[in-house]
Design a protein around this ligand. Structure first.
Ligand SMILES: NC(=O)C1=CN([C@@H]2O[C@H](COP(=O)(O)OP(=O)(O)OC[C@H]3O[C@@H](n4cnc5c(N)ncnc54)[C@H](OP(=O)(O)O)[C@@H]3O)[C@@H](O)[C@H]2O)C=CC1
Ligand SMILES: O=C(O)[C@@H]1CCC=N1
Length: 272
């Protein structure tokens, strides 16, 4: 039997997951959202025909609560939910930083808590979700149920340790923003080279889409694919040398480390 899944928080990421699940044929009558912003509730109802609630108290028979509020709002959100929780219900957090220990202490020592880290391409069924739901807490059937949910929105990667959630947050959770950042700058560079902005957007989007499609279908490594574009003494080599001397490679490493550190900082700051 399919589980009834309720989202606590109906913002950007919940919207992306719900959109992806429904696109893949998940029954909307088994999805609910608790969202305190009336406009957001109206939009979700109109867009997905799911049941939206102002308060947790009006949602019945939930099997899985997806905790989808900002880390900074989680404690308050769980204060409302905790009196209604029963031990068999799964709490599945998508929040950056917050540890299972903190989530448990904010939910009356609830133990069935999984951590996940999805990303916004979930909306187009191209997401990737890191999942930490250890066998010490979750049965095989429960792990399969979780995997099935996140598989509706893309690929899943199961993690052995909770700290790997911080690492995956820094790569694929935040990653779409890094890609859009690079795309924005490449489009701006195209405009500087004389293209109108519509053409610049087309060139950039199709270059990223084409490169990803090639990487996904080719036997070649990412390095070989890059080398195949880079003619000796040619234009690509000129660009890559400039990127390297401007420290773009180092910047990518520093950026992901900063994201991972921020996840760890959030965990400490918010647990106080
Ligand atoms: N955005 C992303 O790409 C990703 C986000 N995440 C995680 O997902 C979580 C949500 O992020 P995101 O969707 O971007 O955030 P949003 O702010 O877009 O969504 C959170 C929503 O929850 C509402 N809300 C806050 N408190 C409550 C409450 N007590 N009860 C009901 N609703 C409440 C907020 O309303 P209001 O705005 O009025 O406060 C808002 O609409 C975060 O923990 C984040 O770390 C994980 C992976 C990727
Ligand atoms: O920026 C954030 O904190 C969240 C987590 C990953 C993506 N967005």
């Amino acid at each position: 039997m399919n589980p009834h899944i309720a989202f606590l928080g109906g913002g950007n990421m919940a919207n992306a997951i719900i959109g992806g699940m429904i696109k893949q044929g998940f029954n909307p009558s088994l999805l609910s959202v608790v969202e305190h912003n009336a406009n957001t509730r109206d939009k979700l109802t109109e867009q997905f025909h799911i049941s939206c609630h102002e308060s947790v108290s009006t949602v019945q028979n939930v099997d899985i609560w997806v905790l989808a509020v900002k880390p900074q709002n989680m404690r308050d959100a769980l204060t409302d939910l905790t009196p209604l929780l029963h031990t068999k219900q799964m709490l599945v957090s998508i929040a950056a930083g917050l540890t299972t220990a903190t989530l448990s202490s904010w939910s009356g020592n609830h133990s069935k808590i999984a951590r996940t880290m999805p990303n916004t391409p979930a909306m187009v069924s191209q997401g990737v979700t890191g999942i930490f739901a250890p066998t010490s807490v979750f049965s095989t059937d429960e792990q399969i149920a979780l995997d099935n949910i996140f598989k509706t929105i893309g690929s899943t990667v199961w993690l052995d340790t909770e700290s790997q959630i911080d690492s995956i947050t820094a790569i694929s959770g935040s990653g779409p923003a890094y890609v859009f950042y690079m795309m924005e700058h490449l489009a701006a560079a195209a405009v500087e080279l004389g293209f109108d902005s519509a053409t610049a957007d087309l060139l950039v989007k199709q270059t990223f889409a084409g490169a990803v499609a090639l990487a996904n279908t080719s036997e070649d490594s990412l390095t070989t694919l890059r080398e195949k574009v880079t003619s000796k003494g040619g234009t690509t080599a000129a660009a890559l040398n400039a990127f390297s001397s401007d420290g773009m490679d180092k910047a990518l490493h520093h950026g992901t480390q900063a994201a991972c550190e921020r996840a760890k900082e959030l965990a400490v700051e918010l647990a106080k």
